[in-house]
Design a protein around this ligand. Sequence first.
Ligand SMILES: Cc1cc2nc3c(=O)[nH]c(=O)nc-3n(C[C@H](O)[C@H](O)[C@H](O)COP(=O)(O)OP(=O)(O)OC[C@H]3O[C@@H](n4cnc5c(N)ncnc54)[C@H](O)[C@@H]3O)c2cc1C
Length: 384
Amino acid sequence: MMTQDLNLLSNDAFRARWRGWLEQNYPAEWRIPIIRRLAGDEERRWHRMTYEAGWRAPAWPKQYGGLGLSLEKQLILNEEMERHRCARVLDSGGVLLAPVLMKYGTDAQRSRYLPAILRGEDLWCQGYSEPNAGSDLASLRTSAVRDGEAFLVNGQKIWTTLAGCADRIFVLVRTNKEVKKQAGISFLLADMDTPGLTVRPILNLADEDELCEVFFENVRIPAENLVGALDQGWTVAKALLGDERISNGAPTLPRQAFEVLEQLIETRGLAEDAGVTDRAASLFCDVHDLAALHSQVADAAIRGEVDNAVLGMMKVLATEAFQDISEEILNVIDEDAGLQSPTIGAESPLDLRKIYMIARPSTIYAGASEVQRNIVSNALMGKS
Ligand SMILES: Cc1cc2nc3c(=O)[nH]c(=O)nc-3n(C[C@H](O)[C@H](O)[C@H](O)COP(=O)(O)OP(=O)(O)OC[C@H]3O[C@@H](n4cnc5c(N)ncnc54)[C@H](O)[C@@H]3O)c2cc1C
């Protein structure tokens, strides 16, 4: 394991070291931009590799085994991963849950769960949304009733990404029906193999089963797995995201999709087609504007200034640009869009239809576009 403090390196030296490590160690078969996401054992392997090489958990403080990197250096890590065409990784345990455990968890919870997340032994999934509680999450109804040394949990979660290969789930439950809806929610941790907990995959447009329903039927969750105080889960849940929100509006996917569009225009001999090039130029400007905004927001965040409305606007711009480009890719390949797996050329592993399928839900998760627009307009009109 690397013991040197990476924060002491200049940005250029740091970038060169990370780039060199990726070039030496990153598995070639994972380098399929946009459509490749590491899941299950592949994700475990990635966390273990980075842990052993001293690159795991850039944002975690050192006292918990992370790198304690400045935001500036974390952003360099992301830029180099984009440049190297690395696969996407969800890391719900490391990115979403760990900061919550550090802030609200007990010592026992921290020492039980954080090391296993670091080493890639435990993968977590996020059990927030329910069939009638998505944007309006506080309406959630999965109930937890105290029964001796445990909570008895009943209800259903939905759209739980990668629940099928997760070891554990963090879940929001209703523990009090008598108070205002936000005030009666608690935050629990559960093992996926707890009796009564079942996962049912939902096939998506691409025929993949990353999304799942998770059912709780008289599931006994030990009372010691409550994070934060009883009925205070809303505060815990809202604290999930910090600087990571910047990545929701990152230009990575639109930029990579635009590169694909450019290659297609070239290989299909459409560079002289005024209609195609006109649309491509407009999309190029969208990506360029987004990248400029993202770097401005990142600079502000490095100075400690985070503006929720701007983050919301950036998420809308990034995901809508991604969708527009993915649609234009299908336009450009014309009737081939009806094929099972159209690609740029015979050698390419990049299924072009999957780009479209991955872009479609991006305006829904992590705060739907309409909800983000509400946040932006409320901020503009001076409402909280
Ligand atoms: C790919 C994917 C992965 C996901 N992964 C997870 C996960 O791992 N864990 C998890 O807990 N959840 C996950 N979700 C769920 C996601 O958080 C919800 O889909 C999202 O919050 C929207 O909720 P909903 O689907 O219930 O839609 P609804 O909230 O019912 O919204 C339906 C429509 O109404 C609009 N709308 C809702 N409220 C308003 C309003 N106030 N003003 C204007 N328009 C409004 C929405 O924008 C949307 O267009 C995932 C979703 C997707 C698509």
